[in-house]
Design a protein around this ligand. Structure first.
Ligand SMILES: [Zn+2]
Length: 416
C-alpha cells in the first residue's frame, strides 16, 4: 500500500528538520589518519606481589599513553595511539592478583584502548614507560595497589579531569572520525540506502562463544556478506557502520546511518546464554517498554557495549532530545515492525529461528528517530551448532539472501 502523499512530505520534512537540528548541535568531526608506523606489541605479562600487581606490555618502540579510572565496575583504562597488538596476550587475559580481566582493541581511529578490570578498588601507584635496554624491549609498566572505594572514586574523578584537559588540548584526535564510504550501485542515486551494523568491535568483543569465538568477528563477517548480497542485487546501496575491527559507540552507529541518509538500519548480533542447548535466531525492534523479561535482559546486555569499552571523555555529549524526534519515532516504529515481520517470515524459511521471534526491546542502537530499524540476533554463541553455522560462509550467505528478500518485500509495500 502506497502511503498518502502528505505522509511522504511529512517524513521528508521531519528528516530535514532533524538533520538541521543535529547539525547545529553535533561536534565538529576531525579527521585523523592512522599512524603508518604503529608500535607493535611483543607480549604482555603480569607480576603478582604481596602488596601490588604489576602489568607490563612489551613494545618494539616507545608509545605515548594516558589513563583514567572508572568505577562500577572498577576499571583502569589506558589509551595510546594506534598500536598493532596481534601478538597473543597469553595468560594475561584471565587476570591475576588485583587484575580480573584484560580487554584491548581499537577504540576509535587514532586511539587504541587497553582496559584492566579490577575486582576490588585499586589505584595506579605507578605508571611509566621504560626505554629498551639490556636486551629488553620498550615497556609500559602499570603498578596497582588495593585501595578503599572512596579513594578510588576520588582518583577516578581527578584522572578523568586530567584526561579531558589533555584531550581538549590535543587537536589531532578529538572527535571520532569514522571512515564510511557509501557504495553506490550503477546509476544508483535513487536506490534505497541500507545501513548494516556489525555489532560490537575493537575493545568490545561482544559475546564470547564456544571455542573462543568472538561475536564482533562473526557480526563483521555477516555484515560484509549482507553488503555483498544487497549490492549484487543491483537494487540497493549499502553502508557499513564499521568495516574493520573498531569500537563504535551505539549512538555513533545511529549517527553514521543518519548522516548518510540511510533508509533502513539493520544491526547484526549473536547472543550467548547459560543453557548450551538453546539455539536459533531472533529479530527485535524498538519499543518504549520491552515486551518480555528475556528481551529486556538482552537489550540491557547489548546496551552495555558502551560500558565495556569505557567512555570517551573528549565527547561533548550533545545528546539530543526533542518533541520532533518523538513524533518521528512513532511512525518509524511501525515501519520497523513491518521490516522485522518480513525478516522473520523470510529467515524462518532459511534458518532456525526461535518460536516467538519478533520481540520488542529497548535497544539503544535502534533509536534513530527517522530510520526504520531492526536488530537480528543470528543465533547463540553458547550453542555449538549455532556457532559452527555462523562461522560458515554458506550459512551467512543464506542469512543474507533471506534478508534481501525481506527488504525487497518491504520496499514493494512502501515506495517512498
Ligand atoms: Zn551483541
Amino acid at each position: 500500500m502506497r502511503p498518502a502523499p502528505w505522509v511522504t512530505v511529512y517524513r521528508k520534512l521531519t528528516r530535514f528538520a532533524i538533520s538541521l537540528f543535529l547539525l547545529l548541535f553535533s561536534a565538529q568531526m576531525v579527521t585523523s589518519t592512522a599512524n603508518a608506523q604503529a608500535a607493535k606489541v611483543l607480549g604482555a605479562r603480569l607480576g603478582v606481589y604481596p602488596d601490588y600487581t604489576r602489568f607490563v606490555i612489551d613494545l618494539d618502540r616507545d608509545v605515548d599513553f594516558t589513563y583514567f579510572l572508572l568505577p562500577d565496575p572498577y576499571r583502569i583504562i589506558i589509551d595510546m595511539p594506534e598500536i598493532d597488538w596481534s601478538a597473543p596476550p597469553g595468560k594475561v587475559t584471565s587476570g591475576g592478583g588485583l587484575i580480573s580481566g584484560l580487554r584491548y582493541g581499537l577504540f576509535k581511529p587514532g586511539t587504541f584502548r587497553v582496559v584492566l578490570d579490577v575486582a576490588e578498588p585499586s589505584l595506579v601507584s605507578k605508571i611509566f614507560a621504560l626505554p629498551a635496554s639490556g636486551g629488553k624491549p620498550n615497556r609500559l609498566v602499570v603498578d596497582l595497589k588495593p585501595a578503599k572505594r572512596q579513594a578510588f572514586l576520588d582518583a577516578s574523578r581527578d584522572s578523568m579531569a586530567a584526561y579531558s584537559a589533555r584531550s581538549r588540548n590535543d587537536t589531532s584526535a578529538t572527535e571520532q572520525s569514522v571512515d564510511v564510504g557509501v557504495k553506490s550501485g550503477r546509476g544508483g542515486e535513487e536506490k534505497p540506502l541500507i545501513a548494516i551494523d556489525a555489532g560490537h568491535g575493537g575493545v568490545d568483543p561482544g559475546a564470547i562463544g564456544v571455542g573462543n569465538v568472538y561475536e564482533k568477528d562473526l557480526t563483521l563477517a555477516a555484515a560484509r556478506q549482507l553488503a555483498d548480497t544487497l549490492t549484487a542485487s543491483g537494487r540497493y546501496r549499502v553502508l557499513l557502520t564499521r568495516d574493520k575491527d573498531v569500537f563504535l559507540k551505539l549512538r555513533q552507529r545511529v549517527e553514521i546511518a543518519r548522516k548518510n541518509g540511510a533508509d533502513l538500519f539493520i544491526s547484526l548480533h549473536a547472543d550467548s546464554i547459560a543453557n548450551p542447548k538453546h539455539r536459533g535466531g531472533s529479530v527485535y525492534t524498538l519499543s518504549e517498554n520491552a515486551s518480555d523479561k528475556e528481551a529486556a535482559a538482552l537489550a540491557s546486555k547489548e546496551n552495555k557495549a558502551d560500558v565495556i569499552a569505557g567512555i570517551d571523555l573528549s565527547d561533548e555529549n550533545s545528546l539530543v532530545q526533542s518533541i520532533l524526534i518523538d513524533l518521528a519515532q512513532r511512525e518509524t516504529m511501525n515501519l520497523s515492525a513491518t521490516l522485522a515481520a518480513n525478516m522473520v517470515s523470510q529467515l524462518s524459511q532459511s534458518i532456525e529461528l526461535q518460536r516467538r521471534t519478533h520481540r520488542f526491546a529497548g535497544f539503544a542502537v535502534l533509536k534513530a528517530p527517522d530510520i526504520p530499524s531492526a536488530l537480528f540476533e543470528m543465533g547463540y554463541l553458547s550453542n555449538a551448532t549455532d556457532t559452527k553455522l555462523l562461522q560458515s560462509p554458506a550459512h551467512r550467505k543464506k542469512i543474507a539472501e533471506a534478508v534481501l528478500r525481506a527488504i525487497d518485500i518491504y520496499f514493494e509495500k512502501h515506495k517512498f
